[in-house]
Design a protein around this ligand. Structure first.
Ligand code: ZN
Length: 406
């Protein structure tokens, strides 16, 4: 628990300042102490102290920088030191687990994708722990100092306490204490975030929304959800930050959803639901190109791109369902940009106009006028989303302080 007493307050300030300085060095390095003092708005003495601790911990290193146009001796610049610090980034999705060892620059050292069957007599938590143990045994020789574990997965998650309340696909999961179990097992901090929220953070830190102030990122995949960036920050970061558009009811008589309700957007617009719909409608349209090959997301998208009427209609139907909800969000958040992350982006020429039309027709014209609909930079975010969690924990100082304390 964080107490309001003075020492806790001072620790918090120290953490925030150290995080801000680390961020500047990471993003601008090599950068001089004088520039850091100006940019971080901290006294030179504070910068000296923070930098000294980071140098001693081998989190930053000194290098020479020659200022352009200056004839004096080169200044001393600071850069982050990342190679000797590893973390495990882990992603669970429908039937698979991806494990990646990355260094603090987010560079992948080794990455694997393994099967994680949906129906298995062993509890999911046991299987995750086993996978992690075996991964570390296999790659022991490559492992530098382990700093953290970052996990992204779909579901309803208490990110603060590391508890996964419920998951789609792994229906036996109930109140899974994933964070605590792994912290006790490995001794390093564990960061857990919803797949889509973490992906939104990854796009903000490394991808298509870098530098943007207000963005709505919608993901249409096995599950459907959104992340919102408002004033340059992930909305509700630190708590459950997913904007649960996937569990907004669009059809009161629709299918039952894993969340307990009926007719959620996810039961209509998820990859599985769309393929199911396409399969049904194919029988009514014998001339469709969809009959030419096995039905997959790719074959559906390719047919739409080639002008197949049924395929185009199905894809634009996805856009209309999603677009209606996005139009409401545009009125709430007034973003400059809508990012779509989806395997259906292969048919973006059909999907994006359908979404944009909805926004134009259903949201406030003053807001919708300047909104663009674009693709996310990462098409399959993999373990990059977990990398964003670790980067964020370094920048807000929470992980950084732990590393400084050794
Ligand atoms: Zn639902």
């Amino acid at each position: 628990m964080v107490s309001d007493s003075q020492p806790g307050h001072i620790d918090q300030i120290k953490q925030t300042n150290a995080g801000a300085v680390y961020r500047l060095i990471d993003q601008l390095g090599p950068v001089s102490r004088i520039d850091l003092s100006r940019l971080a708005q901290l006294a030179p003495a504070s910068i000296t102290k923070i930098v000294r601790e980071m140098l001693e911990a081998h989190l930053v290193q000194e290098t020479e920088i020659q200022e352009p146009g200056s004839r004096g001796r080169p200044a001393v610049g600071l850069m982050v030191e990342t190679d000797a610090w590893h973390y495990l980034s882990l992603r669970i999705n429908r039937g698979t687990i991806q494990l990646a060892l990355r260094d603090l620059s987010s560079k992948s050292v080794v990455e694997e994708e393994l099967e994680l069957p949906l129906d298995d007599p062993q509890p999911l938590l046991t299987r995750i722990v086993t996978h992690i143990d075996q991964f570390f045994i296999r790659h022991q020789h490559k492992l530098e100092r382990l700093t953290a574990i970052a996990i992204t997965l779909p579901g309803i998650i208490d990110t603060e306490n590391g508890i996964v309340h419920r998951m789609p696909f792994y229906l036996d999961v109930k109140e899974m204490p994933l964070g605590e179990t792994l912290e006790n097992h490995t001794g390093v901090p564990v960061y857990i975030q919803h797949d889509i929220s973490a992906w939104t953070m990854a796009e903000l830190l490394f991808g298509a929304s870098r530098g943007a102030r207000d963005v709505i990122q919608v993901v249409i995949d096995h599950n459907v959800g959104a992340g919102v960036i408002t004033d340059g920050r992930l909305l509700h970061a630190g708590s459950s930050s997913l904007v649960e558009i996937g569990h907004t009811q669009v059809d009161p008589w629709g299918k039952r959803c894993y969340c307990g309700n009926h007719g959620c957007l996810e039961t209509i617009a998820s990859v599985e639901s769309v393929l199911e719909l396409a399969q049904m409608r194919m029988s009514q349209s014998m001339s469709s190109r969809l009959h030419e090959q096995p039905l997959t997301v790719t074959s559906l998208c390719q047919a739409a791109q080639q002008g197949d009427l049924l395929a185009k209609d199905i894809i634009s139907g996805v856009g209309t369902h999603i677009g209606r909800i996005i139009a409401i969000m545009v009125n709430l958040f007034n973003p400059q940009k809508i990012l779509i992350g989806s395997p259906f982006n292969e048919a973006s020429e059909t999907l994006f106009p359908a979404i944009a039309d909805c926004i134009r027709q259903q949201a406030l014209p003053a807001y919708s006028k300047h909104v663009t609909v674009e693709s996310t930079q990462f098409s399959n975010q993999g373990t990059m989303a977990g990398a964003a969690l670790v980067k964020d924990a370094m920048y807000n100082g929470s992980l950084l302080i732990r590393l400084l304390q050794g």
